[in-house]
Design a protein. Sequence first.
Length: 328
Amino acid sequence: MKKVVKLHRRQFLRVAGGAAALVALPSTAWTQSYPSRPVRIVLGFSPGGPTDIIARLIAQHLSERLGQQFIVENRPGAGGNIATEAVIRAQSDGYTLLLVNAANAISATLYSNLNFVFLKEIAPVAGVVRVPNVMEINPSVPARTVPEFIDYAKANPGKINMAGVNGTTLQLAGEQFKMMAGVDMVHVPYKGAAPALTDLLGGQVQVMFDNLSSSIEHIRAGRLRALAVTTAMRSKALPDVPTISEFVPGYEASAWQGIGAPNNTPTEIISKLNSEINGALSDPRVKARFFDFGGEALPGSSDDFGKLLASETEKWAKVVKFSGAKPD
């Protein structure tokens, strides 16, 4: 009887040891084999726009490098918050990722009833790209520089119509300009950038802070006049166009994208994805595609991207409160 008990005890120890090994897998063998099945990159915007194009560029690179399909899933609505919440509620296993963008930083203050706290519930993985907005006017406006526009706006308070899309950098970059330059312009909200741009071209509105990618061909053709880009540095796509900060010190706004994951995703997976995404950003094909729409790669560590998310959330909170901006 004693021998049987000893045998059972040995079997139990072997089983327990095997279970302990399985528990250890998430930080060792399991993460080393990641990904072993397709990965979703969820984004909160419709197919075909700049954010979608960026997501598909990164997905293609990761698919080629890691040997599994990275599939872009579009879940538009509520300023990107539907997509964000879907990722937050997903398993923290690296198989559901979020295409993070400036709307996430804006929404943290713009929406008062979110079911999540973005900075706490999304783990930063890697930055991808920063795209300038461009301060552009209909050529009928009698201004060729930012100082001339400021003078014109101050001489005509409340008479300049500014096109924008609620809760996006197209609105908030303009509101930040109003706040820092001390001018009074009327925000005219649109459902999307395309109809806003159409009305700017037609002269129904006078100024817009559009994504450079959407407007660059109109600027090059002379249909719109670019006064400045919104980033801290000039854009290589429009090197002769100054920055707003050259005239309004401290001004900076941009549309940026990166990758996030549900909180508590294993650090080994985040590190692996960060390394591969940074590799994509040095790929000449990716860099050339970014250049097509005025984008600059945003390389760095996951901590670097986390610091950007925190600083952008703090900045846009001030602008949202100043402007009284509301979601649709």
